[in-house]
Design a protein around this ligand. Structure first.
Ligand SMILES: Cc1cc2nc3c(=O)[nH]c(=O)nc-3n(C[C@H](O)[C@H](O)[C@H](O)COP(=O)(O)OP(=O)(O)OC[C@H]3O[C@@H](n4cnc5c(N)ncnc54)[C@H](O)[C@@H]3O)c2cc1C
Ligand code: SF4
Length: 447
């Protein structure tokens, strides 16, 4: 089990958050690419939501044609570099590599992908030509994986694109959410600068679209509008004491960490509530920030956690412990949190049931709520005709944008993709959906 000292400067922060998938050298890439069997009907392609021709780009790397490899990757996925680093490859392409059938280590597809794309980003190699100008203009709301992917594809189709982004940096959760040992701020932002240089779309930073006035202007000035706003902040649990100092959303903690790095405040005893990937990331990151103890608390058993098992393993290897079958009922403390009162659960016919009298208090000085992200329902409800789903009234899970197969909403001028539509999956899903949405917009504009 790793033990981390609290980082006090950028170098110590970088050491604690050293890359999970370090960049390959040319020799490593040559060796790894020569292991590929270039399978016919390759299962790795089918497992990739963006359908990258993986054997082709691996062969191109092996032939010394890294620019060709990068082009193959970007033709399918405009977030090719980010995805090489952040994709759950263990579950997707690498998880389906034929080598798994023989208990041999699968090809390191993610690292090869990052290797090829890193080369063209650093050399600023121009790989694409934008389409012939159509004279049509599209507004994109949000410069995350969905928004930027849609913008790149629209530029390939010849439409002008302006992106309106609420924050100061591009790439959405790649720079505000994903763990820094997967992707650094520089890597995320450099890929965006590379794409912007290739495609010439405009990003207006610190320009949140918040209500009817801005929407009216967009509707007047643009021929179509793409919504790529992702989800909202951490959802509240709604139990007593949630306003105590030291109780914060896991997402907001991660965002702070990406911005402030070694200066991020972390408790000595941290409790992370939740069983999803964000909770696992927050636990791994708290350990790497030097917390003395980090405990993941989840209301069901380990087999029911939403997180990938490799993310839970990483949290444990980083030093986290776990408490299962417990529900938080109150945050204890006078002003600042000093503990969480839990009640133990048992499973009954697939449901969980609190065990009366089993309450106990777990001490802590920081609680990270990995309780899921809310949705931007207030804004979306102001767009006439845009329909939102209502998955479950009990879980208050309302608010994903409903779209058709072309990612068009019930208001024909508006299209949407990414987390705002799928409820929160991965970067690669947002990139894949947004590319299709761009073609939906193209068809709409041609009508
Ligand atoms: C903590 C965390 C860790 C994750 N780790 C991984 C991982 O390791 N690998 C992986 O593949 N996926 C990961 N994901 C999921 C992945 O980040 C998302 O699926 C992906 O970023 C979704 O892209 P998006 O463009 O739909 O939304 P976002 O990335 O959220 O981008 C939305 C953009 O829109 C902007 N915006 C929002 N509202 C407005 C508005 N009203 N006006 C203007 N702009 C607005 C936001 O500032 C943001 O830039 C993680 C998610 C979280 C929360
Ligand atoms: S499945 Fe594995 S060996 Fe086959 S083409 Fe894909 S990466 Fe290469």
């Amino acid at each position: 089990m790793a033990e981390y000292k609290k980082p006090t400067n950028p170098a110590e922060f970088a050491a604690n958050f050293s890359p999970k998938k370090p960049l390959m050298s040319d020799t490593e890439a040559y060796y790894e690419s020569s292991r590929c069997l270039y399978c016919y009907d390759a299962p790795c392609i089918n497992a990739c939501p963006t359908g990258i021709d993986i054997p082709l780009f691996i062969r191109q790397i092996n032939d010394g044609n890294k620019e060709g490899a990068a082009k193959t990757i970007y033709e399918s996925n405009w977030f090719g570099h980010a995805c090489g680093n952040v994709c759950p490859t263990e579950e997707l392409c690498e998880g389906s590599c034929v080598y798994n059938n023989s208990d041999v280590k699968p090809i390191e597809i993610g690292r090869l992908q990052a290797h090829a794309t890193d080369q063209v980003i650093r050399s600023k190699k121009k790989l694409f030509r934008t389409g012939k100008d159509t004279g049509r203009k599209v507004a994109v709301i949000g410069a995350g994986p969905a928004g930027v992917s849609c913008a790149c594809e629209l530029r390939m189709l010849g439409h002008a694109v302006d992106i309106y982004e609420a924050k100061a940096k591009p790439s959405g959760l790649c720079v505000y959410g994903v763990a820094p040992y997967k992707l650094t701020n520089e890597e995320a932002v450099d890929e965006m600068a590379y794409l912007q240089e290739q495609f010439g779309f405009t990003i207006h930073y610190n320009k949140p679209v918040t209500g009817r006035a801005e929407l009216d202007k967009l509707e007047k000035d643009y021929d179509a509008i793409f919504i790529g706003i992702g989800l909202g902040g951490t959802s509240a649990l709604g139990i007593p004491g949630e306003d105590k100092k030291g109780v914060i959303g896991a997402l907001e903690f991660v965002e702070g960490l990406r911005n402030m790095q070694h200066k991020t405040a972390v408790g000595n005893k941290v409790i992370v509530l939740g069983g999803g990937n964000t909770a696992m990331d927050a636990a791994s990151e708290s350990c790497r920030m030097g917390a003395e103890s980090v405990t993941i608390a989840y209301r069901r058993g380990p087999e029911e956690m939403g997180a990938y098992s490799f993310e839970f393993d990483l949290a444990k290897k980083s030093g986290s412990k776990a408490l299962f079958n417990v529900t938080p009922v109150e945050f204890i403390g006078n002003g600042a949190v000093t503990g969480v009162k839990f009640i133990r659960n048992r499973s009954a016919y697939g449901k969980i049931e609190a065990i009366p009298g089993s309450e106990f208090v777990e001490e802590c000085d920081m609680v990270l709520l990995g309780t899921g992200q809310g949705k931007q329902v207030e804004l979306l409800e102001q767009i006439s005709g845009v329909k939102l789903d209502q998955k479950s009234r009990i879980l208050d899970d309302r608010g994903r944008i409903v779209v058709n197969e072309h990612y068009q909403t019930n208001n024909p001028k508006y299209f949407a993709a990414g987390d705002a539509v799928n409820g929160g999956v991965e970067v690669v899903n947002a990139a894949a959906e947004a590319k299709k949405a761009a073609h939906g917009i193209d068809q709409y504009l041609k009508k």
